[in-house]
Design a protein around this ligand. Sequence first.
Ligand code: AMP
Length: 223
Amino acid sequence: MKLMILGCPGAGKGTQAQFISRDYHIPQISTGEMLRQAVTQGSELGQKANVIMQAGKLVPDDLIIDLVKVRISEKDCKNGFILDGFPRTLPQAEALIDAAIALDVVLEISLEDEAIVHRMSGRLVHAASGRVYHSEFNPPKVPMKDDVTGEALIQRDDDKEETVRKRIDVYHAQTKPLINFYKHFPSNARVAAPKFCQVSGLGTVETVAARIHEHLVQKNILA
Ligand code: AMP
């Protein structure tokens, strides 16, 4: 299964991708996470990406496209993968088609802007692993500690309200057009059209996970 999860930052893509990855044993490819790792490592890519990410903007398409192509060609992606946070622009979606990478399903998790702002303010991450929690909706077993390692959780700079609002604007301008792109997939494309489904991102992580499972089963994507 080659799945792409689409939605505004904070809609729950990363958390739901984590669940699908665990249950169906396919890797989650999170471009945001790959970039954050590059920033931590201080690589050339990380240095370029850092300022852009802090401003809530998107990293240039060419940088991100190459990163994803290399990642998808790795062995663990042989039986499928979950794209989380990519593609995020029309040129990125077109680059996947040009590389003859066919997605089976595009899943949109939809959520109102204000719900997103509320949600992001409670988001916590374990920096070393990228595990995501929420103080209200998906709390760690021990407050502010990672469930697996017991290490401290942090709030990411780009989850702060001002940056969140900027990221929402960027989503509306650059990423939302992908919904129509996938709904009306070009019939002359090199690859077949993916199935498109939309679920509401409202509710607890378990509710949304159950909703996603139901949709994917209905579409005969998951057993
Ligand atoms: P995320 O964790 O997916 O919300 O990504 C965090 C940040 O990484 C975004 O705000 C962008 O600056 C950058 N980023 C992640 N994925 C992409 C992408 N596909 N294209 C451009 N920038 C990206």
